[in-house]
Design a protein around this ligand. Structure first.
Ligand code: SF4
Length: 51
């Protein structure tokens, strides 16, 4: 069974954002740039959709 978790998010320009939380059914996060993340700056929410 897939895990369920609450996702707090500060990206208020995303279609799925509402009152500081993500309301997307599924979330995908991937490394940016060369594909090897070394800090949180190297990660990116792929599910983001603009309003
Ligand atoms: S899809 Fe990503 S950017 Fe959009 S509200 Fe959810 S966590 Fe934030």
């Amino acid at each position: 069974m897939a895990p369920k978790m609450e996702v707090k998010c500060g990206v208020d320009t995303c279609h799925y954002w509402k009152s500081s939380y993500c309301h997307a059914d599924n979330l995908e996060v991937n490394p940016q740039g060369d594909g090897k993340a070394h800090s949180s700056d190297g990660t990116c929410c792929t599910t983001f959709r603009r309003i």
